[in-house]
Design a protein around this ligand. Structure first.
Ligand SMILES: C[S@@+](CC[C@H](N)C(=O)[O-])C[C@H]1O[C@@H](n2cnc3c(N)ncnc32)[C@H](O)[C@@H]1O
Length: 371
């Protein structure tokens, strides 16, 4: 290349969520989604890169494969890096930083390799190197094959730009969205999170129901690429007509501060009219009027907050409340601790794969509609 369409687009995912992200990409109309370790590959051109950043709720970031070549030593890397048509993708006035990972290759010194590529970019294109705001060029040298990928997202995509306030252990929006998908949420039914913290589940669900694109209010690294077309992007971003509010999205938490945060986050996301947050302990939970829906909950887990024995009692109480008052509702429970999940005595379906989250591995436990 450099980056003549169509090319490979890599949608990075939290390990364990690749198949769900592949499903999301397929449903969103991306071409040839294939789950691979660490993400999903699709093919497309620049408009698909922009659209992936704008609409995919489950991708952590979107990388663009701009080229690949073999290099067996640093002088060869230097020479081949100078042949890349950097001007087709990068601008001379925007800083770039190069991050290299080497594996099973003759070139094993990542920093030395990064310096060669940085120098090639600086000397052939004239772009400044480094700095906080720099566009990231991610380079993998694997079995002597050098693969160049531009990070088109910048800030990770779970930062939708609405959540200023977070609690002790917030769930990533990307993970919340894919767990909603795993529970077959389609925007038409109510969702309730009885331990909502900063409100991630109800806010994601309300946005999905309203047809709001997750990237509508933030900026992206690709806006600084040579290939960027501001007019086409503005047209792509133009808000779709709002879907009338029907289903409601409920969050409660025993902590006052959590409810204040969740309420403010929902207002910033533009879904205040669809969400309902209140301070309430799980034991006081009331089933909302209207049709059954989905309980999504991410209770505290021992390794992060509190003491495991108390947590057994808490999970037990949650299970009793849901079994007694939520017949017909489905449950999706996220925890790192299978023993705690079992303490709810909820009739879980076979467990989903483990997902890496903040140094822990968590898992989604789902039920069918409760009897
Ligand atoms: C792991 S955090 C949930 C984080 C949330 N998913 C988010 O994205 O911000 C667990 C939450 O459970 C709440 N909690 C703990 N015990 C509770 C109880 N008995 N009733 C209601 N909420 C409780 C805590 O206040 C905390 O906000």
């Amino acid at each position: 290349m450099t980056a003549a369409a169509p090319f490979e687009i890599f949608l990075a995912a939290l390990p364990g969520l690749e198949p769900l992200l592949a499903e999301e990409a397929r449903a969103a109309g991306f071409a040839a989604p294939a789950a691979v370790p660490g993400g999903v590959t699709v093919t497309g051109g620049w408009p698909e890169v922009w659209r992936a950043n704008l609409v995919l709720r489950g991708a952590s970031r979107v990388l663009v494969r701009i080229g690949a070549f073999r290099a067996f030593h640093l002088a060869q890397l230097d020479k081949r890096a100078r042949k890349v048509d950097w001007a087709a993708v990068l601008r001379p006035d925007r800083p770039v930083r190069v991050e290299v990972q080497c594996r099973a290759s003759k070139i094993y010194h990542a920093r030395a390799a990064a310096q060669r590529i940085e120098r090639a970019i600086a000397e052939t294109l004239g772009a400044p190197i480094g700095g906080e705001e720099a566009i990231a060029l991610k380079v993998r040298i694997d079995d002597n094959l050098v693969t160049l990928s531009l990070d088109s997202s910048g800030e990770p995509l779970h930062r939708r730009g609405h959540k200023q306030a977070v609690g002790k252990a917030p769930l990533r929006e990307t993970m919340a969205a894919l767990f909603l998908r795993a529970c077959d949420f389609d925007g038409q039914e109510p969702v309730l999170d009885p331990m909502c913290g900063s409100g991630t589940f109800p806010i994601e669900a309300a946005e999905i129901a309203a047809g709001l694109a997750p990237g509508r209010d933030r900026s992206f690294a690709f806006e600084d690429f040579a290939s960027f077309d501001a007019e086409a992007w503005a047209a792509m971003k133009a808000p779709a007509p709002a879907i009338p509010a029907e289903a409601r999205f409920f969050g409660s938490d025993r902590d006052d501060g959590a409810i204040r945060m969740a309420t403010a986050n929902a207002a910033r996301a533009g879904v205040a009219d669809r969400t309902d947050f209140r301070r309430q302990a799980v034991s006081d939970l009331i089933r909302p009027e209207g049709p059954a829906g989905l309980v999504m909950v991410n209770p505290p887990y021992g390794a992060r907050i509190g003491d495991r024995k108390l947590l057994f009692a808490l999970y037990g109480a949650l299970g009793v409340t849901l079994r007694d008052r939520f017949a017909g509702w489905r449950v999706g429970l996220v925890t790192s601790d299978e023993g705690l999940a079992r303490a709810t005595a909820l009739p879980f379906l076979p467990p989903a794969p483990l997902v890496a989250h903040g140094g822990l591995k968590v898992r989604l436990f789902r039920t069918a509609p409760l009897p």
